[in-house]
Design a protein around this ligand. Structure first.
Ligand code: TTP
Ligand code: MG
Length: 437
């Protein structure tokens, strides 16, 4: 990692350090200080100029925006949250020293920190800041993959010529630019892949910049608990714990073959991650041609049975829009936002369809896999891979039901067009509602 690192002397193999404050590059002064400005905030790492995958996450995002907009709050503990949900959205770093954390009930937070200033969230304002910062990311590279309102992955491979600097230096300039232009702090993690970059961005918060090099990845991970891996939730963790696996080192000891034997595909994935390998590319946000519907809950829901009626309602909405537009979908995408604002999207392909029942079935399969105890604040379903609707749901020898279902859903459309949205409660919604009652 970048800090504390090995000695800062330059050598033929080792890149010269760069100052995080004045951005000057040069051998460090004694005491590991910048030779130009004297700052101790030096970035110094053997792989400094070789790494190009970054994860950027804003510091105490909502709270920092509120503090910036009201300078009288600068030295006070600030909590953003409350409202209908009655929980902390985020707390500034001063409030965190009292133990206040995201998702804590507000009354508990105020017990811990009675002097905190509580501010109601203004999501539109925060989203606008998020977009501004994202634009600055896009000035560095087109390969920006947003993860949530305040974080994104970036791939800066091949940008050295364009910026006249290695990705590390370009990112330092970016962090400074964000501070100057928005008054907000960001933390950057730099590594060779998304998995490690994401971990790195958390290591040195706030105003952080941490590097995890390829060479040190395995030893760095060894002592960490297995929930450091993306997608390892409570259920997987418990399963692994039953086999005596708690730390990444335990997985490293098993090795790839044994993990594959025990856990199949997932075992292979874990084996790779345990070595610090992650081949997922940074996927830029694209204008996807899709038709989708989503909804945010008043309270977070983690229970599959309670999520299904909403999924069905949304599937019906999407299917209806598809039919109206004369399209069918060959893909369905499930979107979830977790209680802590992480977005999950899961997708699968299927024969072209315009049917709510089909979208719902596909969505339900995807959703069932995500219900691992996580609570969700938002659910959405989207029809993707849009094709002309002519050949959709014709039914064949195997599936004669599809054609009947299509006729039925179209008849319901016609009635609803005539008498309004709730006029017809179709059998699907009806049975899902009954299950809920
Ligand atoms: P985070 O990046 O998780 O948190 P943060 O930016 O406040 O703090 P950190 O410096 O640790 O990154 O989330 C970004 C924003 O999302 C956060 O400012 C508020 C919101 N949020 C919630 O509303 N509820 C939650 O439970 C979490 C975790 C975040
Ligand atoms: Mg953040």
């Amino acid at each position: 990692m970048s800090q504390p690192g090995p000695p800062a002397e330059a050598s033929p193999e080792r890149p010269v350090p760069v100052c995080r404050d004045c951005l000057a590059r040069g051998p460090a002064r004694p005491g590991r200080r910048c030779s130009a400005c004297g700052s101790p905030r030096l970035l110094d790492h053997p792989e400094l100029d070789a790494l190009a995958i970054a994860h950027v996450d804003c510091d105490a995002f909502f709270a920092s925006i509120e503090k910036r907009d009201d300078p009288s709050l600068a030295d006070k503990p600030v909590i953003v949250g409350g409202g209908k949900r009655g929980v902390v959205s985020t707390a500034c770093y001063i409030a965190r020293t009292y133990g206040v954390r995201s998702a804590m009930p507000m009354f508990k937070a105020l017990e811990a920190c009675p002097d905190a200033v509580v501010i109601k969230p203004d999501i539109d304002k925060y989203a606008a800041e998020g977009r501004r910062i994202r634009q600055m990311m896009l000035d560095m590279t087109p390969l920006v993959e947003p993860v949530s309102i305040d974080e994104a992955f970036l791939d800066l491979s091949g940008t050295q010529r364009l910026h006249g600097a290695s990705p590390a230096v370009t990112l330092l300039r970016f962090a400074r630019r964000v501070e100057e232009e928005t008054g907000l702090g960001v933390s950057v993690g730099l590594s060779c892949n998304k998995f490690l970059a994401k971990i790195a961005s958390d290591l040195d918060k706030p105003r952080g910049f941490a590097i995890i090099g390829r060479a040190e990845a395995e030893s760095f991970l060894a002592g960490k608990p297995v929930d450091i891996f993306p997608g390892v939730g409570r259920v997987t963790q418990e399963r692994l714990a039953r086999d005596g696996v708690r730390l990444v080192a335990d997985l490293q000891r098993f090795g790839e073959r044994e993990l594959a034997r025990r856990y199949g595909e997932e075992g292979l994935r874990l084996a790779r991650l345990a070595r610090g390998e992650d081949r997922r590319p940074v996927r830029p946000e694209r204008e996807t041609k899709s038709i989708s519907a989503e909804t945010t809950f008043d309270e977070d829901i983690g229970d599959l049975e309670r999520l299904l009626p909403t999924l069905l309602r949304l599937s019906e909405k999407v299917a209806r829009r598809l039919r109206r537009a004369g399209f069918a979908a060959r893909g369905v995408t499930l979107k979830l936002k977790t209680h802590d604002f992480k977005t999950r999207t899961r997708a699968r392909m299927m024969p072209p369809t315009q049917l709510a029942a089909r979208l719902y079935e596909a969505g339900r399969e995807l959703l069932a896999r995500e219900c691992d105890g996580t609570r969700f604040r938002l659910i959405g379903i989207g029809a993707s891979e849009i094709v002309p609707g002519d050949d959709a749901d014709r039914g064949d020898l195997v599936d004669t039901k599809a054609a009947r279902q299509a006729t039925r859903e179209r008849a319901v459309d016609a009635l609803r067009d005539k008498f309004g949205g709730e006029a017809v409660m179709n059998g699907l919604v009806f049975s899902a509602r009954r299950r809920k009652d």
